[in-house]
Ligand binder design. Structure first.
Ligand SMILES: *Cc1c(COP(=O)(O)O)cnc(C)c1O
Length: 395
């Protein structure tokens, strides 16, 4: 039996790389909060924190205005300061490393594993010095790092682990949700992430002191939460205990986050479904290496990053992206490794050939659209555009 492949016409409208999934529930929740008269940190934030802590299985969740703030305050709570070194992957967004600099410490960039693009545990071990204080693993694309190995080497060397889980909601390792594994875990609710509050982030921890410290430093180092001061149960009195920051989440954002969190598992299932369809289609294209899977891990599928086999193509990655754009498909690149950026070259002495695995992967990476609002036709359009591009430029 032969199957006639229908010839699909080229896509006429632009498919963005990402679109947040905002439903009527989110709109209602934010509108109600606007009408409630309480806009900044208040009852919605407390509800969001409680729901989030339960969702990942952590004792505490502290809501903040970004994952960058979450990373900053987590490392601060962990005691990172001047003279310390913090190990971070080079294959990440600059936020992971810049917060180390803001604490007066030095980020130490480490190369990634060739398959998962997650930080390489052996190279972590090689980068440890007497000044090393913490490790910040990033779960690239939503596929969890080998946290058993990283956790074991951290305790062997007396180091703190702060997970950058900006891509990893919801993700799990052998049934344990990311957010319940390490002493501190940081999530992002930026507009392109798996759930969004516009801008927002969360720290999860089981440690009462870490939670209290992050909370204190997130709001000016003031001992009482602002909203309690102005309710009948509170009072006008407060004390400043530290020179803190202004990193708190608004109730408007939390109202949005509460509704998004209810959908987080369904969003993930929709992304996993798209990933399966991409895998099935691209397995037939020798020009493309598929993103890896790990049977022990629950993948958040925040990213679907293909790697081009450049030796089988007559064009480079930039040209592939331009070709996909001409076919009305938006893409992105995750990431330009930190050691290739001028800032880290200038301040850390990083050189382009420092981290060959990340550099080689970078030249080949293209992130394709993967978001729950994509229609079946959208997914087919991406597949057609990728297939059409590699078939046209096959070496
Ligand atoms: C998006 C992202 C961040 C920063 O998140 P914000 O909420 O925008 O501060 C940090 N790390 C990684 C790996 C990210 O992708």
């Amino acid at each position: 039996m032969s199957r006639v492949q229908s010839v699909r016409s080229p896509r006429l409208t632009y498919l963005p790389f990402h679109q947040p999934s905002i439903g009527q529930e989110e709109i209602n929740a934010v509108t109600e909060t606007l009408r409630s008269g309480w806009l900044t940190t208040g009852p919605r934030v407390r509800q969001f924190e409680a729901a989030f802590a339960e969702f990942v299985g952590a004792r505490h969740a502290v809501a903040l205005n970004s994952a960058t703030a979450a990373l900053h305050l987590s490392l601060e709570a962990a005691g990172v300061g001047p003279g310390d070194e913090v190990i971070v992957p080079t294959m990440t967004f600059t936020a992971t490393a810049e917060v180390v600099v803001h604490l007066g410490a030095r980020p130490v960039l480490v190369d990634c594993l060739p398959e998962t693009l997650n930080i390489d545990p052996e190279r972590i071990e090689a980068a440890i010095t007497p000044r090393t204080r913490a490790i910040v693993p990033v779960h690239y694309g939503g596929l969890p790092c080998e946290m058993d190995r990283i956790g074991a080497l951290a305790s062997r060397h007396g180091l703190m682990v702060v997970e950058d889980a900006a891509h990893a909601l919801p993700a799990s390792i052998e049934g344990a949700r990311v957010g319940s594994i390490s002493p501190l875990t940081c999530f992002s609710f930026y507009a392109t992430k798996t759930i969004t509050t516009g801008e927002g982030g969360m720290v999860t921890t089981d440690d009462d002191r870490f939670a209290a410290r992050v909370r204190l430093m997130s709001l000016h180092g003031i001992s009482h939460d602002g909203w309690k001061r102005y309710t009948s149960e509170g009072s006008w009195y407060y004390e400043v205990h530290e020179a803190g920051f202004k990193d708190n989440m608004t109730d408007l954002a939390a109202a949005l986050g509460l509704e998004q969190l209810k959908k987080a598992d369904a969003f993930r299932d929709a992304r996993a479904d798209i990933a399966r369809r991409y895998d099935a289609a691209f397995a037939a294209l020798p020009e493309i290496a598929l993103p890896p899977r790990d049977p022990r891990a629950g993948h958040a599928w925040h990213l679907y990053a293909i790697r081009l086999r450049l030796d089988r193509l007559r064009i480079d990655r930039a040209h592939v992206i331009a070709e996909l754009k001409a076919r009305n498909i938006g893409t992105s690149v995750h990431f330009i490794p930190l050691h290739l950026h001028p800032y880290y070259q200038r301040t850390l002495g990083a050189r382009p050939d420092d981290h060959p695995v990340a550099s080689a992967a970078y030249a080949r990476l293209v992130s394709l659209p993967i978001f729950p609002g994509m229609s079946d036709d959208d997914v087919e359009d991406v597949i057609d555009a990728v297939r059409g591009t590699v078939e046209r430029y096959r070496a």
